[in-house]
Design a protein around this ligand. Sequence first.
Ligand code: MG
Length: 257
Amino acid sequence: MPVPMPNARSPLTVVLDMDETLVHSKLELRCPQGNILPIVDPRQSEDRSKALQEPEVPHDFEFSIPLSPVANGELAVRVHKRPGLDDFLEEASSFCNLAVYTAGTEDYAQALLDLLDPCGRMKIRLFRDSCSVVDGLFLKDLQKVPGELSRMVLVDNSPASLLLQPDNSILVSSFYTDPCDNALYKLLPILRELHRMDDVRHYLVKEFALRTALEHSGYNLTEISLKHESLANQMESQNSENMKPSYSLKQGISVKG
Ligand SMILES: [Mg+2]
């Protein structure tokens, strides 16, 4: 059995949000009969009104999700990649473990990720059913991601996603279609810094102080953590009775085509 090297660190795990962090998607409902159908938005629910102010640029790829046989239609998804994304994934995956953790639904996110990352550089994928819904917010719990919290960072555009482990988080601006966006270029040197640290939280707290910023924005982090723990306990007891989790309910906004 190999003897562990003294002071050997576990790999840095970088947990990436998908929508508005790596990509921006535009949805179009295609229905042969011209019917207007209420559907659930497969993306994380958030204000995307700023997308309308950004330039119209060609999308990078598209796919469609079939609706139910009864609805007889499909949801077309046009995807814009954040500038530098391919290089970022290539370079970041050379020195850390990449995971994606999205509040998007699994059918939507799997289809998108298969096209976005065909080589599987983001080895771990977590979807909406891995989020906790507290007060209508999708929370991401890094305890569900394999790896040590001291060597893990979540990169997300949504403050709500960070509420459970703000000391492990980097908040990035939302990406829509801006071809001059450079967030991923700025992120890479930070990840290289974190890669050299035993506990990334010291650096992240000092640099970004997200816990303080979130509390100043009105989030009661203690109350949110308590609600999350209560829901997690409920789920655990339900799972032990072979029942479905009560807090993986699909939520979203209605869109019309
Ligand atoms: Mg997002």
